[in-house]
Design a protein around this ligand. Structure first.
Ligand SMILES: [Mg+2]
Length: 344
């Protein structure tokens, strides 16, 4: 029997360019996948509204996983309703979707976020503290997309004092300027603590001493979040406060549904950040996409068969998917290792 691929993919800095959010280099491959009937399941920290808009742009009509595994939206009729029962997965009907809820509702996350902030005495800002203009400034999103990014249901993205994002917002608020030149504020990362944000401040270190180490601050916050039954992960730009959910748990559920529907499947997973690791752990062919500077972010675990792209963002995405679709697929089918770097 032919082996069927199912692709699970992160968006930011994986299928989409880190800076421009474009996906031009992946277009021909997406077209090919559509022709071949290979599903591309988006698996992102973005909100449902953002992901829906991007799926439409990408021409995808498959399930998608939002807010770091907080929920799975499955188009109505995509899987037979009897399949959910068979898989032991409970669903909620939500408009044109069957919804699998795995996350903690946003109002609860926000109230715990505030409690943590008070308890640790560290200045931190979440999306719930920001207006759309401020989200646009720190993320590089357009105003419209920033509005969609604020419609959170299961995940609070946040950043800490000492980060470029925090200092930018502070400066904007102090100066009363609705817009300052954000581009001049950020530059591509050198090797630094701030690599995880993908950006770095150029000019605001004013000699008043080093900015607080983000990892030290985070180590104070994490145990308190855990006490509330929540977790914190690092995305490509922000930290994320979520319930006891992650991308991997969501992917496992969809894998089960695809298996029941299609028989044997091979799951490909593509991501670039620590919050993608739970997804990369549970797929058959994991891919770590390079960051804009060509490096790979540190991820919390190891897999010998992890494939690393040499190209960043959608270029790297296309590189990896083409690799799997190429003649080398025969070696995957026989289970030979595909680890290493793609060098073409
Ligand atoms: Mg990413």
């Amino acid at each position: 029997m032919a082996v069927r691929f199912v692709i699970f993919s992160d968006l930011d800095a994986t299928l989409l360019d880190h800076e421009t959010y474009g996906f031009q280099p992946a277009r021909p491959v997406l077209k090919k996948l559509k022709k071949m009937g290979i599903p591309v399941v988006l698996c992102t920290s973005k909100t449902r509204s953002e992901t829906e808009a991007i799926a439409t742009k990408l021409g995808l009509n498959h399930p998608f996983i939002v807010e770091n595994g907080g929920a799975i939206f499955i188009p109505e009729g995509y899987f037979a309703d009897s399949l959910f029962k068979k898989a032991g997965i409970s669903i909620v009907n939500k408009g044109k979707y069957r919804l699998i809820q795995l996350g903690t509702p946003y109002p609860r996350l926000r109230s715990i976020f505030k409690a943590i902030r008070e308890a640790v005495g560290i200045r931190m800002l979440g999306f719930g503290d920001l207006n759309a203009d401020e989200i646009a400034a720190i993320s590089g999103l357009g105003q419209k997309q920033a509005e969609l990014a604020r419609k959170r249901e299961y995940d609070e993205p946040f950043f800490l004092e000492g980060s470029p994002e925090f200092e930018l917002i502070e400066k904007k608020r102090k100066s009363g300027q609705s817009r300052i030149n954000e581009k001049a504020f950020f530059e591509r990362p050198a090797e630094s603590e701030f690599c995880k944000t993908g950006r770095r401040v150029t000019s605001i270190i004013d000699g008043k001493g080093a900015r607080p180490d983000q990892n030290t601050l985070l180590s104070k916050i994490k145990p308190i979040a855990r006490r509330y039954g929540l977790r914190i992960t690092a995305g490509g730009r922000f930290y994320h406060l979520t319930g006891d959910n992650d991308k991997g748990r969501a992917v496992r559920r969809l894998k089960k549904l695809y298996r029941l529907q299609q028989g044997k499947i091979i799951a490909i997973g593509l991501g670039d950040s620590a919050n993608d690791w739970p997804m990369l752990k549970v797929v058959d062919l994991p891919v770590l996409v390079a960051r804009p500077d060509g490096r790979h972010l540190k991820i919390p675990g190891k897999r010998k068969d992890l494939l690393r792209t040499t190209r960043p963002g959608s270029e790297g995405w296309a590189q990896a998917v083409n690799f799997f679709l190429s003649s080398r697929v025969s070696s995957i089918r026989t289970g030979r290792a595909t680890a290493g770097r793609i060098n073409k």
